[in-house]
Design a protein around this ligand. Structure first.
Ligand code: ZN
Length: 501
C-alpha cells in the first residue's frame, strides 16, 4: 500500500507541476507580458491544462484509487492520507464523468464567446452574444447531465466550485437574506447621501501601494513566500505553498481601490500560505471551495479592514502618509466614506450591503435559464425587471446590465456566482466563532495587532486546505451548519449605526 500511495502522490505532483506552470503563465499574461505574446500564450496554457487533465483522468489513476480503497477505510477519516485518497477520488470521479471531447468543445466555445463579448459589451450589443450564450446554456445543461441523479439541474455546476452546496441549501438562505436586505437598502437610499469626496482627491500610487503593503504585512501575509504586482483585475494565485502571489490595481483619484483590493487578495493569499506544507503538490493544497475562499478575503477586507477599530490604529498613519489630502478630514468622515452604501449598477464596484443583491439576482437568473423558465432572448428584460425590484433603479443599457460580468460569456451558466455571497455569510459566522474563542481580538485590531486572529484562522481553517469540504469544515469550526444569522447581525449592527434603519 505504501508504494501505491507513493505512486499516486508522484502522479499528483506531476499534474500539479503542469497546472502550476499554467498558472505562472497566466500570472505573467496578466501582469508583465507584452501584447504580442497573447496568441501563443493562450495556446501554451491550453496545452498545459490539457496535459494535466489527461494525466489526471488516466485510468491508471482510477486503478490506484481503487487499490487504495481498503487502506483508506482502515485509516481515520480525518487523517492526512485518508483525506488525500478521498479528495482525489472525489475529484477523479467527477472529472472522469465528463468526456475530454466535451471539455475541449466547452473550452473552445468559451474562448470564442469571450472574444465576441469583449466587443459586444462596449458596443452595448446583446444580440451579438445571444447565439453564443444560447450555446453556452445548451452546453451547461449537457454538462449537468453527465451527473445524473441531481435534484436540481444547477447542482452539478455548483458542486465544482462549492462542493456539498446545492440549490435546496442555497435558495432559502438567499431568500432570507434578500428579504432582510431589500428594506435595508431602501432605508439607506432614503437617507441623505454620504459625502465620500475625501477618497476622491489625488493620491500618488507609490504611497498608496506602500501603505497597503504595510497593512497586509501586519495581517500576516508573508512576502518571503509571496509578492504583489499590478494588474487590471486583481486576483491571488499559487505556484507552490512557498510562492503564493497577489495582484492589485490603483487609481490616483480613488483611495479605496488599491487599499481594499490589496486586503482582499491578501486574505486569499494568506489562506493558501497557511496550508499545511505536507500537502504540497497534492489536491489538498488548495482552498476548499469558492465560498470558503471568498470568506477569507472578505473577512480581512470588510470585517477587519472596514471596521472602526482597525482605523483607530491606521487612520493617523494614513493621514501622515497623505497629510495634504487627509489632515483636515476627521476619522469619522473617512470611516463613513469607506462604508458608503449606494444603489449602483456594477457588481464589482458595489458596497458590502448591496453586493449580495447583485449576486442573488445572477444566481436566480442562472437557475431560471437552466430550468428553462427563462429564454436567453428574454434575459436582458428579466435583468432589468429584477434590478428594478431589488435596487429601485433600472440600468440604462445592457452594457452596465446583463453584459457586465465576464462569467457567463467565458464559461458555463450555473455555479458562477453563489460563492461570493456564501463567502459573505460565512465570514461573519467564522469571525463570530473566533471572537467567542478570543474576545481580545477586538482590542488587538484596535492596536494594529492581528496575531491572534491570523493564528486562529490558520489553526481552524487555513492549515486544512481541501481536507474537509466546506460543510464539513463549517461544522468542525463552528459546531453547526452554515448559518445566516451572524451575517444579518453583523450588517444590522454596523449599518444600523451608520444609517437610520
Ligand atoms: Zn475574492
Amino acid at each position: 500500500m505504501e508504494s501505491k500511495l507513493q505512486e499516486l502522490k508522484t502522479r499528483l505532483t506531476e499534474i500539479d507541476d503542469l497546472e502550476s506552470a499554467a498558472s505562472l503563465l497566466h500570472w505573467d499574461q496578466t501582469t508583465y507580458m507584452p501584447p504580442g505574446g497573447a496568441s501563443a500564450r493562450a495556446r501554451q496554457m491550453a496545452t498545459l491544462n490539457r496535459l494535466a487533465h489527461e494525466k489526471f483522468t488516466d485510468p491508471a489513476v482510477g486503478e490506484l484509487l481503487e487499490a487504495l480503497r481498503d487502506y483508506e477505510e482502515s485509516l481515520p477519516h480525518d487523517s492526512d492520507e485518508a483525506s488525500l485518497i478521498r479528495v482525489t477520488r472525489h475529484a477523479y470521479e467527477k472529472a472522469a464523468k465528463v468526456p475530454p471531447a466535451f471539455m475541449a468543445e466547452l473550452h473552445s466555445h468559451g474562448s470564442e464567446s469571450y472574444q465576441v463579448w469583449t466587443k459586444a459589451r462596449p458596443d452595448n450589443d446583446f444580440g451579438a452574444v445571444q447565439p453564443y450564450l444560447e450555446k453556452t446554456l445548451d452546453l451547461s445543461r449537457q454538462f449537468a447531465d453527465f451527473f445524473p441523479g441531481y435534484a436540481q439541474i444547477a447542482d452539478p455546476l455548483i458542486d465544482f466550485p462549492d462542493e456539498g452546496m446545492t440549490v435546496s441549501i442555497i435558495r432559502p438562505l438567499f431568500a432570507t437574506l434578500r428579504e432582510q436586505l431589500v428594506p435595508i437598502v431602501q432605508a439607506i437610499a432614503d437617507a441623505p447621501p454620504v459625502d465620500d469626496s475625501c477618497l476622491h482627491q489625488t493620491f500618488p500610487e507609490a504611497q498608496q501601494l506602500a501603505f497597503g503593503t504595510d497593512v497586509i504585512k501586519r495581517f500576516g501575509y508573508d512576502f518571503e513566500r509571496g509578492r504583489q504586482d499590478k494588474t487590471h483585475h486583481p486576483f491571488a494565485t499559487k505556484f507552490s505553498l512557498g510562492d503564493v502571489r497577489i495582484t492589485t490595481r490603483s487609481r490616483e483619484d480613488d483611495l479605496s481601490e488599491a487599499l481594499f483590493s490589496t486586503m482582499h487578495e491578501a486574505g486569499h493569499g494568506m489562506y493558501e500560505q497557511g496550508i499545511c506544507m505536507d500537502f504540497e503538490g497534492t489536491p489538498l493544497a488548495n482552498g476548499t471551495s469558492a465560498g470558503v475562499h471568498e470568506s477569507q478575503s472578505r473577512l480581512w477586507e470588510n470585517i477587519v479592514g472596514r471596521s472602526r477599530g482597525f482605523w483607530r490604529f491606521f487612520y493617523p498613519k494614513l493621514q501622515s502618509t497623505f497629510p495634504d489630502q487627509l489632515r483636515r478630514v476627521p476619522m469619522e468622515t473617512f470611516y463613513r466614506a469607506i462604508n458608503k452604501v449606494e444603489r449602483s449598477l456594477i457588481r464589482t464596484d458595489a458596497d458590502e450591503v448591496t453586493y449580495n443583491l447583485h449576486v442573488m439576482l445572477r444566481f436566480d437568473l442562472e437557475l431560471d435559464l437552466l430550468e428553462g423558465t427563462l429564454a436567453v432572448s428574454e434575459l436582458p428584460d428579466a435583468w432589468r425587471e429584477r434590478f428594478q425590484a431589488d435596487f429601485g433603479i433600472v440600468p440604462p443599457d445592457d452594457r452596465d446590465g446583463v453584459l457586465q460580468d465576464v462569467h457567463w460569456y467565458a464559461g458555463t451558466i450555473g455555479g458562477c456566482f453563489q460563492g461570493y455571497t456564501l463567502g459573505n455569510i460565512l465570514n461573519a459566522q467564522f469571525f463570530e466563532t473566533a471572537l467567542n474563542a478570543h474576545p481580545e481580538i477586538t482590542s488587538e485590531i484596535e492596536a494594529g495587532e492581528f496575531g491572534t486572529l491570523h493564528g486562529w484562522l490558520k489553526e481552524n481553517i487555513y492549515q486544512h486546505g481541501s481536507k474537509y469540504t466546506a460543510p464539513e469544515l463549517i461544522e468542525r469550526v463552528t459546531g453547526g451548519p452554515l448559518r445566516i444569522e451572524p451575517y444579518i447581525r453583523y450588517l444590522r449592527s454596523k449599518y444600523g449605526e451608520l444609517y437610520p434603519l
